[in-house]
Write a protein that binds this ligand. Sequence first.
Ligand code: GDG
Length: 462
Amino acid sequence: MGLIVLSNREPYAPTRNDNGELQWTPSIGGLTAALDPALQHAGGTWIAWGEQHPDVTDVDLPTEQPRYRLKRIRLSDAEVRDYYYGFSNRALWPISHYFIERTQYHASAWRAYVNVNRRFADAAIAAYQDGDLIWVHDYQLALVPRMIRDALPNARIGFFWHIPWPSVEVFRTLPWDLDILDGILGADLIGMHTPDYVAHFQNTCRRALRADTSGDLVHWKGRAARIVDRPIGIEVDAYEHLATSPEVEDTADRIRRTLQTQILLGVDRLDYTKGIPERLEAFDLFLDRHPETRGRVTLLQIAVPSRERVDSYRQLRNQVEGLVGRINGKHTQGGWSPIQYIYRGVPRDELVAHYRAADAMLVTPLRDGLNLVAKEFAACARDGALILSRFAGAADEMPEAIQVNPYSPENLSDAMRTALQMPLDEKKARLTRLREHLRDSDLHAWTDTFLHELKLQDHGGA
Ligand code: GDG
């Protein structure tokens, strides 16, 4: 029995080396780390958008010892514009994060979304062999479970929605609300990060679709889909191992020696859901309220460029850079500047060195499906404190974090002070408890549990 995985982003991306040969480099992010080992174990097919070198269609991976096939979907420029930037990132992304005013609902983008979902589904149907498990990922591919179900009534299909599921009142502003629900309900097993998202999804099915629900089942079109909260984990061992390696420790020491202050750290894709301007404003307030900390604290913000073709993201970049300039202009003195701003991604070992060097980590999204950075920091920190938004899905699992309301600059400023003054014993005790939980629910357990449940799911019989 094989596995078929579908996701927008591919697990390995091709780059050309100096000899002009293609090399396949594992993509950064949880999905590759979670599913590449599962596919290598089970064998099968991964279907994804072939963004770089789209002329290359199929490849067997890993190249040195092939275990499964990557089928690359080639998208035209218009499809990228309308399916990816248009419908996925201007409609589904903002609405799911409660940013209704940022949504753009265009019928042309919707049509492209349907067409591209169809191409993914057709690739899965072509690859399918009796008994395979199919696992579809995320909001870019919400119609795929239904499309596969129509062609393969007996297939076992799982679906994971990685972002928040909003209240029905918000979701229903989407003109294609019923199509998206019907699409997802083609799956046998549907996963989300928190019990609240699951409750919102069930309520949306009842109110918008008028579907019946019982327990964790949604009954629809003569079948029952099971919907469960299964928050994704991280590879705890790998992060701990990297965090304590001599190279990473050296880099962490160098970061501390260079700054010579306490360090507040932020690491985010530059996305309006991540609450970066609010965090900067709160730091400004913190410096106003606690002038004795001037010269003694630095906010180090790593902002990874993201979706730069979307207007809101370009505007956000300008806003953040304006704030950094204003706040630095206001407080800089005697060779110290309060904010160090890095606008690029950094290699993973450097990222981990930053986690290790930080006195406090600021994970303060206005809304976030889960947030892996919070978990990675907890696994890697030397003795730092975690400040975590109550609107990140991870907050449910991390009661030992200092939880904040990112909409309140006063609350955030107080949390910065609490974190920077927290006694060492308490910080260490909190990290120990956080790590125990991370170990009990790590990334491989997430993959194994979901696939196991999908295998056992008694589908059909609504
Ligand atoms: C979506 C949901 C959900 C970040 N900067 C660098 C870097 N990263 C890595 C982190 C982390 C990942 O990117 C970001 O994951 P998040 O979970 O924080 O956020 P999204 O990208 O929005 O992910 C989210 C997730 O899906 C999983 O279900 O948690 O809520 O929005 O792994 O380490 N990696 C490197 N350099 C960087 O500068 N190497």
